[in-house]
Design a protein around this ligand. Structure first.
Ligand code: NAI
Ligand code: 13P
Length: 340
């Protein structure tokens, strides 16, 4: 069995630790919050983030050096905006050469980097083996209850994708492999924008027709941008694309959907983010995707509309009108190649 450190004890880090502990691995769950580590070790709960008992074999750590000592693999599961800081800390304490697996879903605004690119930038490559991404339709709340869940792991080397598949795979957590690191990272990040849109649509009082339209046309523009950035188009039809779009656009668990719902009800972005106790990745990723689309000259009307609501103070109803009144077109015209 492997020795694994999970960095980030929010809802997803805790749920993934449970999967690994169920598979009898030696799991060290690191948090930057000392009180939270004490609470988890004393009560075997992480109440702020997950309403589940944590297996006693999972040990929480506040000291990163201790947590990562002699581990075979490290799973990084902090919000995208914390990835740089965590990698910098990790670089100063890492003594062996583990495989890095990340499960964060975002793109960094301004630099427009995916998480694996940020890791590459912050950590010298000789101190870790490889980077694998884990992504797919997987709400932590359901994973922690061992409900059937499927995800995809991708890496540039098949060997390390298979290694991650073996670590996580069990009877309620089915893991597929892929060689499309770019597509799997982008799918998981970009769907959060559309989930915000689905929440806005529900908040405005629109029904299933509008949501189905957002999911389908959202998928088209996610794919368009992904292909422009080197992803394989078929990846967007897989679990980290369509699968994750369905789960986040239709589930009460989704923080992106919840934030969108409040925006649709008329709350301002700042008020919404103050109410949310957990990360809403779609906000920063909307900014990044909008910047990417401008740079790459890719048509992303839904993303632009959501950007305008979030950052330009536009009213959601105005954006709906704009989207519905775009120029008439063939549905499949330039599905992967459309440029403005
Ligand atoms: N919650 C879910 O169901 C899923 C979440 N994800 C992704 O996983 C990533 C993490 O999300 P969650 O665990 O849900 O977030 P969360 O909001 O539940 O928890 C985030 C955790 O990161 C910690 N953190 C924040 N800044 C930090 C820093 N600078 N250094 C160290 N720790 C820091 C927080 O204290 C907290 O424990 C996100 O990218 C999210 O999109 C992916 C799949 C499912
Ligand atoms: O990515 C997720 C499920 O696959 C979680 O989505 P939210 O961050 O919107 O809760």
């Amino acid at each position: 069995m492997a020795k694994i450190a999970v960095l980030g004890a929010g809802s997803w880090g805790t749920a993934l630790s449970i999967v690994l502990a169920d598979n009898k691995h030696d799991v060290r769950l690191w948090t930057h919050n000392k009180d939270q580590a004490l609470e988890m070790n004393e009560t075997h709960k992480n109440e702020k983030y997950l309403d589940t008992i944590i297996p006693e074999s999972i040990i929480a750590y506040n000291d990163m050096k201790e947590a990562v000592s002699n581990v075979d693999a490290i799973v990084i599961v902090v919000p995208t905006k914390a990835i740089r800081e965590v990698c910098q800390k990790l670089t100063t304490v890492l003594m062996n050469k583990p495989v890095l697996i990340h499960a964060s879903k975002g793109i960094e605004p301004n630099t427009l980097k995916r998480v694996s690119e940020i890791i590459d930038e912050e950590m010298p490559q000789y101190i870790y083996e490889d980077v694998v991404v884990l992504s797919g339709p997987s709400h932590a709340e359901e994973v922690a209850q061992r409900q059937p869940t499927t995800v995809t792991v991708a890496s540039l080397t098949e060997e390390h994708a298979k290694y991650a598949q073996d670590l996580f795979f069990n009877e309620s957590f089915r893991v597929y492999t892929s060689d499309d690191l770019i597509g799997i990272e982008l799918g998981g990040a970009l769907k959060n924008i559309i989930a915000l849109g689905a929440g806005i649509s529900d908040g405005l009082g629109f029904g299933d027709n509008a949501k189905a339209a957002l999911i389908t046309r959202g998928l088209a523009e996610m794919t368009r941008l992904g292909v422009a950035l080197g992803a394989q188009p078929l990846s967007f039809l897989g679990l980290p694309g369509v699968g994750d779009l369905i789960v986040t656009c239709t589930s009460v668990h989704s923080r992106n959907w919840k934030a969108g719902h409040l925006l649709g009800k008329g709350y301002q972005l700042e008020e919404v983010l103050n109410q949310m106790e957990m990360v809403v990745e779609g906000v920063r990723t909307t900014k990044a995707a909008y910047q990417f689309a401008q740079e790459e000259n890719v048509d992303m009307p839904i993303t632009k509309g959501i950007y305008d609501i979030l950052f330009e103070g536009k009213h959601p109803k105005e954006i709906v009108q704009q989207l519905m009144n775009r120029t008439k077109k063939d549905e499949m015209a330039d599905i992967f190649t459309e440029r403005k």
